[in-house]
Design a protein around this ligand. Structure first.
Ligand code: TYD
Length: 134
């Protein structure tokens, strides 16, 4: 599978506000094992710069705008702009990503595995080597 947007339901109205919902194995294509969020990332900083061996993620910009530049093992590069809390981004394993944030951005991540540093590919050259193995 490739990275793709997920459209969450948007329950409510302009006068009441909205609720969006994520459910295991429903609109989230895996069982969530971990949730984390990032915030106060300066606008001039690029985060990410890694891929994962097994981890799958769904990312939501619950506030602000977050831009993902992704690259898959075929070398396809795609830009995804998360600019609404009803929009998610599914990222399968084996995807290199660089991430930029607006000053007010809060990134919420639903993750398929608990944290382990052993799941990270932090050297781009090692990501390219993964290509040869597949
Ligand atoms: P990292 O995933 O590299 O952040 P980003 O992709 O946003 O640049 O994580 C940054 C640091 O936080 C790294 O030292 C690992 C640590 N960390 C945890 O301890 N647990 C976690 O669940 C996550 C996501 C990160």
């Amino acid at each position: 599978m490739l990275p793709h947007y997920i459209n969450f339901s948007k329950i409510g109205s302009p006068s009441l506000g909205y609720i969006s919902v994520a459910e295991n194995l429903e609109n989230i294509p895996f069982e969530v094992q971990r949730v984390y969020w990032t915030y106060f990332t300066p606008q001039d900083v690029t985060r990410g710069g890694h891929a994962h061996l097994a981890l799958e993620q769904v990312i939501v910009a619950v506030s602000g705008t977050i831009t993902f530049m992704t690259e898959d093992l075929e070398g396809n590069r795609t830009e995804f702009v998360l600019d609404s809390p009803e929009k998610g981004l599914y990222i399968p394993k084996h995807i290199w990503r660089d991430i930029k944030f607006s000053h007010n951005a809060v990134l919420l991540c639903l993750a398929s595995e608990k944290y382990t540093e052993a799941d990270y590919i932090r050297e781009y050259d090692n990501f390219l080597k993964l290509k040869d193995e597949h």
